[in-house]
Design a protein around this ligand. Structure first.
Ligand SMILES: [Zn+2]
Length: 60
C-alpha cells in the first residue's frame, strides 16, 4: 500500500531549532541578558525542510 508521506522533515541545518537564541554577552540595564534570535536561513524559521521533489530520471 503506497503511503503518501508528505510530512515535513526536520531541518538538517538547525535540527528543528529554527530560531536559536544567542546570548550577546551583554546585559541590559535591568540585568537581564541580551539575546539575539537567529532564524535559520535554510528553513526560514520553520524548523522543517521541505522535501525537494525532483524528477527522477530512470533509464535513459
Ligand atoms: Zn533550519
Amino acid at each position: 500500500m503506497p503511503r503518501n508521506d508528505s510530512r515535513p522533515r526536520t531541518c538538517r541545518d538547525c535540527d528543528g531549532h529554527a530560531s536559536a537564541k544567542v546570548t550577546t554577552g551583554q546585559r541590559d540595564r535591568d540585568g537581564s541578558r541580551q539575546t539575539l534570535t537567529v532564524t535559520c536561513p535554510v528553513c526560514k524559521g520553520t524548523g522543517t525542510s521541505r522535501r525537494v521533489t525532483h524528477p527522477t530520471h530512470t533509464g535513459r
